[in-house]
Every structure is written in C-alpha cells, then in structure tokens.
Design a protein around this ligand. Sequence first.
Ligand code: 5AD
Length: 369
Amino acid sequence: MAESVITYLKQKPSPTSMNFQQALDEVLQRNLSQEPIVRLLGAEGKESAALRRLADEEREKAVGKSTCVHAVLEFSNFCRNDCLYCGIRRSSQVKRYRMPKEEIVQHAVWAVKELGYRMIVLQSGEDLSYDAETLCDIAREILRQCRAILFFSIGQRDFSLYESLKKAGAAGVLYRFETSDRALFERLRPATSLDARLEHLSFLKRMRYLIATGFMIGLPGQDMPALARDILALGKIAPEMISVGPFIPSPLTPLSKHKPCGMTLSLNTIAVLRLIHTRSRIPVTTAFETLYPQGRREALLSGSNSLMVNITPRQYSASYAIYPGRFGSEEEIEKLTREAVEFVKSMGRSVCRGYARDLRPNLSAPACA
Ligand code: 5AD
C-alpha cells in the first residue's frame, strides 16, 4: 500500500513539477505558458540533449539546411546610456571611437563586394552625434554602391529618425528589449523604461521594419520564470529574427563579480525558441562564441540557423568592449569570414548570404538564394 502511494506520487506531478515530456508536449502543442517553459529551460543531461536534438530536427523540417552568414559593423562605441551590464556604458573607462561616415560606407561596401556579405547590421551605442541626415546618407550611399540588406542597431532614437532611415533604404532594426522583467530592466538600465522600449519596438514594427529582437540569458537577478516570460514576450512581437545571448560579466561594469551564464541554459533557450518559432532566423550571437569554446557548433545543433561575423575594422574592434574577449574581434576579417563559411559547410549545411527571399517581407523563409 505504502509503495503504491509512493509510485502514485512519483507519477503524478504537482503543478510546479511538470515532467519533461509533459512540458515538451505543452510547448509543441502551443499551450504556451510559463510553467512548461521553465521546466524545459531547466533541463539537464539527457533531457537537455533530447530537447536540443528535437529543436535541431524542427529547424531542419521548418527552415532546412540553409544557414545564413551575416556581418556586424560596430561603427561607434559612444553611448549615452549607463546600463549596468555593458562594458561601453557611459561611465565606462573604455577608449572611445567614432567611424567617420565615409569610412563606414567604404567598409560596408567592401564587405559586400569583396567578402560576399548581403546583410549587414550597422551597430553603435546610443550615439546622438550621428543625426538622421548622417545615418540616412550612410544608408543611401551604401545602397547606391551595392545591393545589401541593412539593419540598424542604434538604440532608442527619435521615431522621425527611424522614419527617415526607412525611406533611405534601411530594411531592418536590431533592437533587443534585453529583459521583459520591469524591475530588473529598471535596475539594470537606469533612466530608461521597459514600456518605452517596447513601445518603440512596436512602432518600428508598424513602420514595416524587419525586426530582430531578443534578450540576454542569465542576467544577474533574472530567475527562470523571468527568462520564460522573455520567451513569451517574443510571441507578441513576432520578430523575423530572434537575437539572444548569454550574459558575460564585464570588468568595466558594476556587475563584474557576477557569474556568466551556463552553457546548458543558453542552449536550452535557443532550443525552446526554435520549438516555438519554428521558422524564425535565430543567429548564433557573438556572446555564445565568446563564452563557450564549442558555442558555435552547439548552438547550430540546438536550433540556430545563422552566424554573425564581426567585421568592425580591427583598429576599433577591441574598443567595442561590451564584454571582454569578444570572439573573433582580433582576427583578420577575411579569415574570419572564410572560417564561418567553411564551418557552416562542414556541418552539412548550405551557406546563405542573403537576398532573394531575404528581401521578401518575412526573413524566416526557409532558404535564401
Ligand atoms: N554580456 C552579454 N551581452 C551583453 N550585451 C551588452 N552587455 C553584455 C554583456 N555583458 C548585449 C546587449 C546589447 C548587445 C549589443 O549586447 O543585449 O543589446
């Protein structure tokens, strides 16, 4: 009798201890709520391996082998914000740089014409010294000289600036909400507000920008339910591309003593995202490659389908120190590009540089020629 009660108790999970299979079923059936997601995020060992394998199969079914190789060009590390996690925060003692307009254009055009990139993210801190006219000139001039898909990652700037930039030919924005937990957001990003950021994002979406957004994984003070809510928040935004990355403590910040995010949690997050957003583009972000020696490979095997190569000119890239030791930032750009392309092929995937379906309204199309 006692034994059967124990067996019964083992089989019947309490509402807070859903078993792995139940959690998986809930997510696969799109019964999306915090509990199953928390359960999957906490998967370890064989469960984590099974979750990631399933996500890899989903990726194959939904978007196939096509794996995109895109570029990020960080053109300024000045920032008016003072985010506690970020090494280029306003009060950080980092060496500052701004690339002149002509140099940004020249470098981006070189990356397209000589290295074969089709999609470039132009990123900076929130640097008001680049006004609407300058940013529009940059976009127009790049697009005059070559065909490219330009994403801007420049933070919270005026709506009118984003409107002008869209008219100048920008296709997308990379604009993470960082965390959807209001208290955490306000603690980590002094003088900014989550509502304003989300409102900005929905404005950009209404303007028909392609949206790349996401959050950091393993931020100090971010518990599993908060991370699950970040994943759920993406559902409402329905981005074309999901950009997430593990938190890495920077010695230049007040969070320097905190622990970096563990690899299993990072990979589980990618896998859950793939199970929910089967057709989205989910890049392996630089933080993955920086933190985990096998990060690129493991993320591609857990649902990711894109690589981001840092093409910032090497005289500047060390100063874009959002966290230390950023992957590839010291290596020759040509070599890094070749290696990324070869890596994708070595995994039996096909390389996509963008175009064709990329120019359609939805970036999540299965392949881009
Ligand atoms: N660890 C990981 N990612 C970070 N970012 C900023 N600081 C860190 C850090 N310490 C991320 C933010 C930002 C992007 C450019 O880099 O999510 O949006």
